[in-house]
Design a binder for this molecule. Structure first.
Ligand code: GCO
Ligand code: MG
Length: 402
């Protein structure tokens, strides 16, 4: 079997997605996600101009060699654009293999290690009362794990609070929106939210929270300590992972589990964190993490050091990434949890898929490959619209991490 051609599609069914379709001389095709939120067209050019000419004529079963060709074969290796493009190719190749062999992808990855994939949903509210109610709605929908985010008293807006509750979408048309941040206000408020959540919903539901890279290690240590009585499943991205050793400061002060890595691209971004056991969960997913080829190596390294996975599953990762992640999640031993942000109906129509949610778990389905298709005709109806993620400033105007 040979790769005959590949095409890139950009579509905006409620948000932008970049999709790669790889065609073979035997009629089987594979689909990969190449979406880099807020910088989508850079990956389109990278794929069309530099990657597609390199893969035509290659055997799609040789996914390891093709991965190395695109990674090592590029002198300026790594970075978000390159790794997103490599991941898209890799997803498409694994999809082709599954379809050609007529097996669901998980059966090429070692088979099922569990019956389903536990996921967490996103509850959020503009204030405490609304956030508490929203967590209850997720519990009622059957979720076993819920991430809670809340507006902070004294701040006009913050990360994670959605207008449309089921579909959080931070990227917006026009120039980037500006959020205002205060670590002091945030740190004083969040423990009270989780105390109320435990008082209201008891001990059984797993609770999670995302700090979105906004604290210093000392502040993060204080947050972790103050949240210990409410035993969260994890706190996510409490600080940026540069330097990775910064996590040691947090680690030495708190037993609240730590998750990080949705912005990592490379196994080297995880090396210190994993091998020095500075985190509990790794948030890289198949798209940012260079495809299944690299993610499997990352998971194998993590398994040796008691680190489990917690793949990023926001709406800016298309259903193709979601499906690929579910096959990965169900097959590895050191799976932790999977994030599940629902896509809108329009998105689901453009990406017909075989995965499903029931009673807190997701299932990748048994269709050959990853089980997601791409409706090109429908996609054409939704042309690309430039959108940016917000930016963040401190109360005095200093630029900060969003
Ligand atoms: C998460 C993430 C997202 C990101 C988004 C950026 O935990 O799901 O932090 O909400 O902000 O993926 O593109
Ligand atoms: Mg996050």
């Amino acid at each position: 079997m040979k790769i005959k051609d590949a095409k890139v599609y950009v579509t905006c069914p409620d948000r932008n997605f970049v999709t790669l379709k790889v065609f073979t001389d035997e009629g089987v095709y594979g689909i990969g996600d190449a979406t880099l939120n807020g910088r989508e067209l850079s990956v389109v050019t990278y794929l069309e101009e530099y990657v597609i000419p390199l893969i035509i004529g290659k055997d799609p079963f040789q996914s390891e060699d093709i991965w190395q060709y695109l990674y090592r074969g590029e002198y300026w290796r790594g970075g978000a654009v390159t790794m997103t493009a490599i991941a898209a190719v890799d997803m498409a190749l694994w999809d082709i293999k599954g379809k050609a062999l007529n097996v669901p992808l998980y059966n090429l990855l070692g088979g099922k290690s569990r019956f389903g994939v536990m996921v967490y949903g996103h509850a959020n509210g503009k204030d405490m009362e609304e956030a508490i109610d929203e967590v209850g709605k997720y519990v009622d929908m059957g979720y076993l794990a819920v991430r809670a985010q809340c507006g902070i008293p004294g701040l006009p807006s913050t990360y994670g609070v959605a207008k449309e509750k089921l579909f959080y979408e931070p990227a917006q048309k026009g120039l980037p929106q500006e959020n205002i941040w205060s670590s002091e206000k945030y740190l004083n408020f969040i423990p009270i939210l989780f105390q109320k959540l435990r008082d209201t919903y008891g001990e059984d539901v797993h609770l999670l929270h995302d700090v979105h890279h906004r604290l210093t290690p000392t502040e993060a240590a204080r947050l972790g300590k103050n949240l210990e009585p409410y035993h969260l499943f994890w706190i996510e991205d409490v600080v940026t992972a540069e330097p990775q050793e910064g996590f040691r400061i947090i680690r030495e002060h708190t037993t609240t589990p730590l998750a990080v890595g949705e912005v990592f691209h490379d196994i080297w971004d995880t090396q210190v964190l994993i091998t020095q056991q500075l985190i509990d969960y790794l948030r890289m997913t198949v798209l940012r993490g260079g495809g299944l080829t690299q993610m499997r190596k990352v998971a194998a390294l993590a398994e040796l050091f008691h680190v489990r996975t917690g793949c990023h599953g926001a709406t800016d990762l298309s259903p193709v990434t979601m499906a690929s992640a579910l096959h990965f999640d169900i097959s590895i031993n050191n799976f932790g949890i999977q994030e599940f942000m629902r896509h809108t109906e329009k998105t689901y129509e453009v990406f017909p898929h075989s995965y499903s949610f029931k009673d807190g778990y997701m299932y990748p389905g048994d269709a050959p490959g990853h089980g997601v298709d791409f409706n090109e005709d429908l996609a054409k109806k939704y042309p690309y619209e430039r959108a940016y993620l917000p930016i963040n400033r401190k109360l005095d105007g200093t630029m900060w991490n969003w």
